[in-house]
Design a protein around this ligand. Structure first.
Ligand code: AMP
Ligand code: ZN
Length: 120
């Protein structure tokens, strides 16, 4: 297993280290899921790797397992939140141009309302 790298000045690294509180809904050795502080849907969770990867753009060979695991967790949480039939939206913003504001890789899991396409 790759070692977990943390950044002191990263908000989500601080949530991983429990230095900043969050409503955690899932945790294992390599990943964490918690409620978004500003929910854009009745269900709005963030699923993150514990290791500090700033953007999807920064992923490299060796990160395959991490990304797969995030989506397995999303699948599990979508089931627990009863979203399998109603539908759910997953979003990764990579870079400022895509609207990323927290530079620690995270997948948004949203559900519980209709979603439209294309997104803004
Ligand atoms: P993004 O714009 O894709 O980088 O998403 C960052 C998300 O983090 C936003 O949806 C914020 O509402 C959320 N967020 C910011 N600070 C916190 C926090 N302390 N706890 C939980 N979610 C947060
Ligand atoms: Zn971080």
């Amino acid at each position: 297993m790759s070692s977990i790298h943390q950044e002191n000045d990263c908000l989500f690294c601080n949530i991983v280290q429990k230095k900043i509180p969050a409503q955690i809904v899932y945790e294992d050795e390599t990943a964490l899921a918690f409620e978004d502080i500003s929910p854009q849907a009745p269900v709005h969770l963030l699923v993150i790797p514990k290791t500090h990867i700033p953007r999807l753009a920064d992923m490299t060979t060796g990160d395959e397992k991490t990304l797969t695991q995030l989506f397995m967790i999303i699948h599990k949480l979508a089931g627990e939140k009863d979203l399998m039939d109603s539908g759910f939206r997953t979003v990764i913003n990579s870079g400022e141009g895509a609207g990323q504001t927290v530079f620690h890789l995270h997948v948004h899991l949203m559900g519980g309302r209709p979603f439209h396409w294309p997104p803004g």
